[in-house]
Every structure is written in structure tokens, then in C-alpha cells.
Design a protein around this ligand. Structure first.
Ligand code: CA
Ligand code: CA
Length: 280
């Protein structure tokens, strides 16, 4: 349960941070800012004081040794799409860190598009020495969030998250569960490196299984958790063993559904796992 709760908590923390900001700064006027700095790189996100949950004139400025090298208005999906802090250090802190260990800091701007729980995304800016300009990629985290964590202790952070494609895939959102997903930022791209961390996947799978048994006792059929557990098992190269446990478990929970429904659920999993790359 713990991992799942932690992710839910981190999601609602983003919401809380945003709403408390709105509560404090109710009256409109001048700009709000979020800043960060590492070495000679500093950056600032600014926006008009939010009104009615709407954020306007969201701008990013990046400076090197005090000289502004990027100054642009950021594209928002809507006016509810807003910058969020709190993922790294403090709430008003804009993450600037060397994500790939090449001694050049990247700027990471996180956003929340608004709505009940969706969606968060990051804009990652890297400096191109040749053109002396910043280039940017966008990474979508979906309903979930992520955190920076140097998992293998090599001095370069990984971005620990969960596979959001599992939201709504087998059951309602509230009962959905997610396999572990770990990313590294390399040569300007995000690389899924989850399979390199079997110990973490193993304990993640154990947590999912534990939660599955808990929610079964509360009357949920556990379809979301079984699917996420099985995905973790595939990441470990233990798909067959995973299926064995899932088949045994889902027999028990099948009293009302019947054999057809069970077979359909398993077929849906196989199809989804092929589409999402868990089954190769
Ligand atoms: Ca770098
Ligand atoms: Ca690392």
C-alpha cells in the first residue's frame, strides 16, 4: 500500500501547493516568480498573480553568468495549465541540476494542466554549446508525479515514476495501479531504464501484491493491482511466474464474473502488454 499511497500523496501535494498559493494570493496584480540557480546558470519562471485558477503570461528566463540567453513566453495548454514547485526542494524553487552528468546544468520546469488529477509534465532545457542556445523537450507524467533520486548512487539523479498508461486500463481510476518506471535523461532525451533496477522492481512488485491482498479483503476485484504486479514481473523477466500467481489469484476473485470474463481480462492484459512493450 505504501508506494501507492506515496504516489497518491505526492499527487495531492501538488494540488495542495497550488491551491494554497491561490488562497494566499487572492487579489490580482503583479507577478509571481519561481527561481533556481546552479553554478553560473540561473532561471526564473514568472506569471501574473493567478485569478480564478487561471495563470497568464507564464514566462521562462534563463541566464548564464548574469546574461539572459533565453526569455520566452511558455505555451500553455489552457490558462489552467500552471507551473508547480515542490517536486525539488522548496515550493518556489525551480529545479536546476545536471541530469546527465556532463557538468552542464539543465533547467526543469514542471507543470500541472489542471483538472481533478491530470496531468503533470516537465519541460527540460539543455544548453547547446555550439549554437549557444537552449533546446527543450517535454516529458508527460500523466496523472502521477515523479521524484529525483540517485538510485544507483553514481552522483547523477534518476527520475522515479510509474507507468501512467495503466490509468483506467483495467478498472476505474481510483482502483488503477501502476508498474514502476525509472527514467534517465541522456543526450537530450528521456530513456526508460527501469529494467536496470531489478531490486527496486522486486520490492515494488511485493508492495503491489500486498496491496492487492488488502483491497481484495475490502471487496475490490483487484484487477488494476494484478495487472500492475504482472507488468513488474515482466520487467523482472519473470512473466511466466507472474501469470501463475495471477491465474491462481484471479480464480478466487471470479465468483460473480464467470469464466468468460476472466478469459477476457487475461486477453486484455496480453494485448495491452504487447502494445506497451512489456511483452516483446
Ligand atoms: Ca547536463
Ligand atoms: Ca544515478
Amino acid at each position: 500500500m505504501q508506494n501507492h499511497l506515496r504516489f497518491l500523496l505526492s499527487q495531492s501535494l501538488i494540488g495542495l501547493a497550488v491551491f494554497s498559493q491561490i488562497a494566499i494570493f487572492a487579489q490580482p496584480s503583479s507577478a509571481e516568480t519561481m527561481t533556481g540557480q546552479l553554478g553560473n546558470v540561473s532561471a526564473e519562471i514568472s506569471y501574473d498573480k493567478p485569478e480564478e485558477y487561471q495563470y497568464k503570461n507564464v514566462r521562462l528566463q534563463i541566464s548564464r553568468a548574469g546574461k539572459i540567453v533565453l526569455d520566452q513566453k511558455l505555451p500553455q495548454e489552457s490558462e489552467y495549465d500552471r507551473p508547480v514547485g515542490g517536486i525539488y526542494e522548496k515550493e518556489d524553487k525551480l529545479p536546476i541540476l545536471d541530469l546527465d552528468g556532463d557538468k552542464e546544468p539543465e533547467v526543469v520546469a514542471d507543470f500541472f494542466t489542471g483538472g481533478a488529477h491530470c496531468c503533470t509534465y516537465s519541460l527540460i532545457y539543455r544548453y547547446d554549446k555550439k549554437s549557444q542556445k537552449y533546446t527543450q523537450i517535454r516529458h508527460d507524467w500523466g496523472n502521477g508525479a515523479y521524484r529525483f533520486k540517485d538510485i544507483d548512487k553514481d552522483g547523477i539523479v534518476e527520475l522515479e515514476s510509474q507507468d501512467d498508461r495503466f490509468a483506467y486500463a483495467f478498472t476505474a481510476y481510483a482502483a488503477s495501479a501502476y508498474p514502476l518506471q525509472i527514467w534517465q535523461y541522456r543526450q537530450g532525451k528521456m530513456v526508460d531504464v527501469t529494467r536496470r533496477y531489478p531490486k527496486l522492481i522486486y520490492s515494488h512488485a511485493s508492495e503491489l501484491w500486498k496491496t492487492y491482498t488488502e483491497i481484495r479483503q475490502q471487496g475490490d476485484d483487484g484487477k488494476g493491482f494484478l495487472a500492475a504486479y504482472l507488468a513488474d514481473k515482466y520487467l523482472l523477466g519473470q512473466g511466466e511466474d507472474g501469470w501463475k500467481r495471477v491465474r491462481q489469484a484471479y480464480t478466487k476473485s471470479d465468483a460473480s464474473g464467470g469464466l468468460r470474463q476472466r478469459n477476457q481480462y487475461f486477453a486484455d492484459i496480453r494485448k495491452f502488454f504487447r502494445e506497451t512493450g512489456y511483452i516483446k
